[in-house]
Design a protein around this ligand. Structure first.
Ligand code: DCT
Ligand code: MG
Length: 461
């Protein structure tokens, strides 16, 4: 209904003690519409993405006026309801006719392999996303990341702006970038960012282990422009992680290959089995998704038995040190507390026991690298992350640590908006029934969420 009509009715209802919300959310119990045909109203409601629409009363204004007269909500009768049309009539033209009508706005309902047919477009969008990340402008950053993620899932290259009609998550700014790329071969906005001194400098600074956008920005504001200037500036205090980041920069700023990840996996496996032969290790992160290169190697340690993971990572770290292959370690003790779940606020890091390491990998240990080892050092420094969740949290931790970050973000968003559930690396909580849903495998979690299972190699969103 029109704004002034709505304001009037809202004021009237509130004056009688009715609770009227300004926004449609899963808290809403009654939706009142006036002069909206069911075949227009229902598709619109469904697009709003509220979780429990089926449980809400979708009502004609007659219910409202009668309730006003009664001074309280009257019982809903069949003549008040605006029934969902059994078959929705097709609009003459529009998203329904688009070849993309089945592309979901959620990455967890798309299958995204590493074969990206739209790399020219997604690279451009990701530069803009990164630039917004540097200025901590979350909204636009997420918008461009989401758009890039949708394009990565497409089974064919987009060749003109008309072809993207009907795709979700592509806002006007994204469309403008894509149009520029098609018309001029590149986007002026992206070119501007790429040649911007601030962007270039922050990109270099954040490439150092332990340096995030905040620190990078601080150094930039102090007039610093290169890594050399930072290490030679005696007024700059580097924390332990950043010191290691600079010390091993040459190695750890280079991508880690799959062969190196496998070699490191063998080392970790041996070390872990010395400490506790019952522990198994699983490769997670980008390499589990089939990537050929990564910035680090992520492993999940699974320990059968309640509480048996206590003290595991400190022992693994000691073992690595005694073998002379530990270059740096930061251990974080578990802060996991079952009684504090579910967490309403998503935190960037989970509460499991974990460590961030730099280890020494002998080049001779890497398959296919023996012939190259003659010149220079015979080892390379490598970034490794280990996480050791309690046994009953394994499936949630595995799903969370397998990524991609965008896939995880959309899993959580889907759970919240479509299922009224809370998902994180620790648990899945159903807010409708106020229960935790148990899971032994990733498949169990997808099933609880009513999602088709997506294989790790299809999660490169
Ligand atoms: N993760 C997450 N939220 C974070 C950090 C990480 O959900 N704040 C998940 C997603 C991926 C996984 O943990 C491992 O993190 P990274 O190593 O940063 O990502 P990656 O996909 O392994 O990327 P790379 O190949 O560059 O290591
Ligand atoms: Mg990784």
């Amino acid at each position: 209904m029109g704004k002034s009509r709505r304001n009037f009715l809202t004021g009237l209802a509130r004056s009688k003690g009715f609770c009227v919300d300004n926004a449609l959310s899963s808290k809403v119990t009654h939706i009142v519409a006036e002069d909206n045909p069911a075949h227009e109203l229902w598709p619109w409601l469904q697009e709003q993405g509220v979780a429990n629409l089926d449980k809400m009363n979708v009502l004609d204004i007659s219910w409202f006026t009668q309730s006003m007269r009664a001074g309280q909500p009257i019982p809903v009768e069949v003549q008040h309801r605006i029934q969902k049309p059994s078959v929705q009539p097709k609009p003459e033209a529009g998203p329904q006719d688009s070849p993309w009508s089945t592309v979901s706005q959620y990455a967890c309902q798309r299958r995204t392999t590493l074969y990206n047919r739209n790399k020219i477009l997604t690279d451009a969008l990701e530069v803009l996303a990164e630039n917004y990340e540097f200025i901590e402008s979350k909204g636009p950053c997420l918008g461009f990341k989401r758009a890039a993620s949708v394009l990565k899932s497409l089974p064919m290259p987009i060749r003109s702006i008309d072809e993207i009609e009907g795709l979700p998550c592509l806002g006007p700014e994204t469309m403008a970038v894509i149009q520029d790329v098609f018309e001029c071969g590149s986007s002026s906005k992206v070119e501007e960012v790429l040649t911007d001194e601030r962007y270039q400098t922050l990109k270099i600074f954040t490439s150092v282990f332990g340096v995030g956008p905040k620190t990078a920005e601080k150094w930039y504001r102090q007039g610093l422009r290169s890594l050399e200037q930072i290490v030679s500036d005696s007024s700059i205090h580097l924390n332990r992680m950043q010191q290691a980041g600079f010390q091993y920069y040459e190695d750890i700023s280079k991508p880690v290959s799959k062969a190196e990840a496998e070699a490191v996996g063998q080392i970790i496996e041996e070390v872990v089995s010395c400490v506790n032969p019952d522990v198994t290790i699983t490769l997670t992160g980008g390499f589990r998704r089939g990537k050929e290169f990564g910035h680090d190697v992520d492993f999940l340690l699974s320990v059968p038995g309640h509480g048996k993971e206590d003290g595991l990572l400190p022992a693994v770290i000691d073992q690595l040190r005694s073998q002379g292959i530990l270059l740096y370690s930061e251990f974080q003790e578990s802060t996991f507390d079952l009684s504090k779940l579910p967490s309403r606020r998503f935190e960037a890091m989970d509460h499991f026991q974990k460590c961030f390491l730099i280890v020494k990998l002998k080049k001779e240990q890497v398959v296919g690298q023996q012939e190259k080892q003659r010149c220079g050092r015979d080892w390379k420094a490598l970034r490794v992350d280990l996480v050791a969740p309690p046994a009953e949290r394994y499936a949630f931790a595995l799903l969370g640590w397998s990524g991609s970050t965008q896939f995880e973000r959309d899993l959580r968003r889907f759970a919240r908006l479509e299922r009224n559930m809370l998902l994180d690396n620790h648990a899945l909580y159903d807010k409708t029934t106020n229960t935790f849903l148990q899971a032994k495998t990733e498949e169990d979690i997808f099933t609880h969420l009513g999602l088709d299972y997506i294989e790790p190699w299809q999660r490169n969103a």
